[in-house]
Design a protein around this ligand. Structure first.
Ligand SMILES: [Zn+2]
Ligand SMILES: [Zn+2]
Length: 315
């Protein structure tokens, strides 16, 4: 892929656009918790009017929020819609990743599984064979609508400023579209500088800087190439690889709501059973499926998502 012409954005571009935007993710989380009014979002997040107004508009354009108005046509509330609620699995896995890997203090509180009562960690599993799906069991390929030229979100990104930082370690990396693209490419098997450059069509200066950032943040590690020891390879660390379930869930979400079922951008396959991955989350303690309404944080309810059916038909 050497052309600089960007193709029509695919479903994955929408997923990465939201995943790479901490404010958008935090607004969605507040929406899942029940916030709907402008002032509720503003008070909960300490977000500036300009940023909040812009994000509410973007999320409404995507159908994640479903604004309602009064008789004069003025928008009075921004309740979350089914598309936004369906991001609960992604938020849950980001939460879990932060708990396991972030060095930020204070750590996020633990999650409790309502059905079994245990403090638990969600495990990615395959909806077809019901077995856990580790990162080495996951085969990721481009589909017909794939390719980086169509998957990287468009538009310049201003600096986000210092938000409340609920997901500081995740957002430190994925809050930048290029960092996110480099990390995802590495998770999907790209190793060498030249391959990142040709795969992602990035400028050498930006690529070098992003690789340095990802190495410094502990998501990638440098290794001498097996072919030529004077070449460097960039391989995901355990910390970086642990983000793969977040991306698998985000890809699934994006395809479900923005993709074409006959022509996906990304194909996820469970190696163990060979089926297309339909992700589901299992409790690592009782091994039962986890639903949004089953998750408690501290002693309060984290997700009020009774209306969600986490396993939509993909059709
Ligand atoms: Zn399977
Ligand atoms: Zn359980």
């Amino acid at each position: 892929m050497t052309t600089s012409t960007l193709g029509r954005p695919n479903a994955l571009a929408n997923g990465l656009r939201i995943l790479g935007d901490e404010w958008a993710m935090l607004i969605i989380q507040r929406g899942i918790l029940g916030d709907r009014r402008y002032t509720e979002f503003k008070d909960a997040l300490g977000i500036s009017d300009a940023v909040l107004t812009q994000r509410l508009r973007e999320l409404a354009d995507l159908g994640v929020l479903r604004p309602v108005g009064d008789s004069s046509g003025r928008t009075t509330a921004y309740p979350i819609g089914i598309i936004g609620r369906d991001l609960w699995q992604v938020l849950l896995m980001i939460w879990d990743w932060e708990q396991a890997w972030s060095t930020a203090s204070p750590p996020l509180p633990a999650m409790r599984h309502r059905s079994c009562g245990a403090v638990f960690r969600p495990m990615l599993s395959c909806g077809s064979c019901e077995l856990p799906c580790s990162t080495s069991d996951l085969i990721v390929r481009w589909g017909p609508e794939g390719g980086w030229d169509r998957s990287i979100p468009r538009g310049g990104r201003r600096r986000r400023g210092s938000g409340p930082g609920l997901f500081p370690a995740t957002m430190g990396v994925v809050g930048n579209h290029w960092s996110l693209a480099v990390l995802v490419a590495a998770l999907w098997g790209t190793r060498r500088y030249g391959d990142f450059q040709s795969t992602l069509s990035m400028s050498p200066a930006i690529l070098s800087e992003r690789l340095r950032t990802l190495v410094a943040a502990g998501f990638l590690a440098e290794h001498p190439s097996e072919q030529r020891t004077d070449w460097l390879e960039y391989r995901p660390t355990a910390r970086g690889t642990a983000l793969l379930p977040v991306f698998a869930l985000m890809v699934t979400w994006a395809e479900r709501w923005f993709g074409r079922s006959d022509s996906p951008s990304v194909l996820l396959q469970h190696h163990t059973c060979g089926e297309s991955l339909r992700p589901q989350l299992l409790c690592d303690r009782c091994r039962e499926p986890v639903f949004g309404a089953d998750v408690l944080v501290a002693e309060s309810e984290m997700w009020q998502t009774n209306s969600i059916q986490p396993h939509h038909s993909q059709q």
